[in-house]
Design a protein around this ligand. Sequence first.
Ligand code: DGJ
Length: 742
Amino acid sequence: MSIHINTEAKQFHLTNGKISYIFHVLKNGELGHLYYGIAIKHQADFSHFQDGGIPTAASCHAEKADPAFSLETVKQEYPGYGTTDFREPALSIKRESGSSIHRFDFEGYTVTEGKERIPGLPATYSKPGEAENLEVSLIDRTAGLKLTLHYTLFQDLPVIARRTVLENIGNEKIRLERVMSLSLDLSDSEYMMMQLSGAWSRERHIKERKLESGIQSVGSARGASSHHHNPFLALRRPETTETLGEAISFHFIYSGNFLAQIEVDHYDTARVMMGIHPFQFNWQLNPGETFHSPEAVMTYSDQGLNGLTQSVHDLFRHHLISSNWQKKERPVLINNWEATYFDFNAEKIIQIAKQSKELGIELFVLDDGWFGKRDDDTTSLGDWFTDENKLPDGMEALSEAVRAEGLKFGLWFEPEMVNEESLLFGEHPDWVVHDPDRPKSYGRNQWVLDYTRREVVDHMYERMSSFIKSAQLSYIKWDMNRNITEAFSASLDFEHQGEFFHRYILGVYDLYERLTSEFPDVLFESCAGGGGRFDAGMLYYAPQAWASDDTDAAERMKIQYGSSFVYPLYSMGSHVSAIPNHQTLRNTSLKTRGDVAYFGTFGYELDPNQMTSEEKEEVKIQILNYKKYRTLIRDGDFYRLRSPFTSNELLWMVVSKDRSEALAGWYKMLAAPNPKNGQIIKLAGLDPDASYTINGQTKPHHGDELMRRGVNLSPEFNGVNGPWAKRGGDFQSEIFYLKRLL
Ligand code: DGJ
């Protein structure tokens, strides 16, 4: 790993043998970008990598003497506004005069080992020897602003983490109106743009489009990263597949409003940007103050989209998810939400826990409805005191009873919300996010608490930590069920009101930070009406996320397939639920429901007392299997092999790093009449020279055979082969567990 700096030519080359990232100081003192891609050997001089240099019609140039130099035709590192580039900038400011023009000249740099934390924000981290950091500082003397660009290069990963720091070193107030965390100018636009978009109950579906002239973007202005667009973008060459070709991905380590955009200009170059959404954002920077942007990371792959995914999974597993949770097994859990909704009492819960223990489940999670007078979703959010009508002996007693059955105990909270009908609202009506001059909109009958206010965060810290201690919680599901309307805080004045959304999420992070550092062994699962805030920022605090409220196996295939582009399997909460499914009314077999849920953090969301004895036996085996697979699911390399978005089938697999074991899941959506039998599926990632047993069968198979020739699926019902058919009907699945012979 190395950061090469040519001080004379003012060139920077970050390389770790996997990627190279090269930029330099342009002749006018600003920063120009030279190259990002597969590693290239270091050279004494890279200045010939610079584009432009030839006068072009109608572009503006800064120097009379050099009409060939225009910011419009060179790749830049962090483009500004007001001179010779007319594309959207990475930064927008407003000075006291009203001027937005700025221009940052290179000032100096420092290289340090490792990474510093960003005050108040989640970010990737490194242990000694795992990363190097380059900080390049630039100054606009007229505005009195210092801009520092941070680049972190990880030792073993094709990843660069970037962020921006602005410091007011002058005497006038500056208003920041747009601060992107990264900007990347690419020499051409021959790419497909991939995004993960959807809605409640169908989050993170893969959408693709060809880059076209103009701006294309995804983002959120809802106060949360959202169900609708994930803070992620990828670019792949049109010919790139899952296994071959070039691709780049961009990930924002942030949970609030975001913008991920690509601008294709009139020379067909592409400018990628990622950062806090500038819509409804501004930040007042007074003399002496500093603003830190959140972090964004870029990953490069020349081995297709699976290569990209594997690097991002490794980054998130080893440099984002708390090191305390990296190697811990996640318990198989049961959550009572779909089993009881609000209708439960202590006896019912203990019965579920008792039965769950017999099945092999390890953690019981009590979901919504345990506090205040919460018999439906119209009341009590904010009143975090046990409902003694439902649980007359209190939460401590319930927790003790569940733990006496041999399970761990966890609780649901929705700490950012309040109902109108609640004691908390009666006491603190001003704690609600609202504009005092206007009516408040409702979302699920509730309002959002103003997390820009320290006293709100302190109050929730007191409530949650008191339950963690008294009820000995091992787990918390942190839900968030509506987005922010009437975004306004009475605690912020005119100059600072534009800071509301960012300060809100800083408040959320503050509470997470305090709870996770005081209680590092409590497992947090983030949730926002399912997957409405499943993002890399949350992952820093909560190592798993409830991927979607949709527990239907067929829908989950798409949701988990899409999510797998970015998020490690072990971060995706995936549960087996009852049928007909509560979101789609669809029936799928218990086997298929389990076979889909295996590829995540496994659990159940049903009442085991309602199951037949055959179903209970099947569930016992599912749980035993998952316990066998879970280290592999946690640490292995993931491969997408057949997409449910483009075919009637899904095939995915996970292979241990040492290739000694693997788990493949094959699924078919709709049955077709008279299907071809003897169907073969090709696996990936195995050791071609090794032999593997499949599902414990005695006859071994060579790795090369399994990858090149493939493995046979079992016979499918075709209208006449009843006695031989092993599978049939809609939503079938097969699981292949491979173990290398010594
Ligand atoms: C939305 C979550 O996604 C569900 O799992 C459940 O916890 C409900 N909220 C409870 O209100």
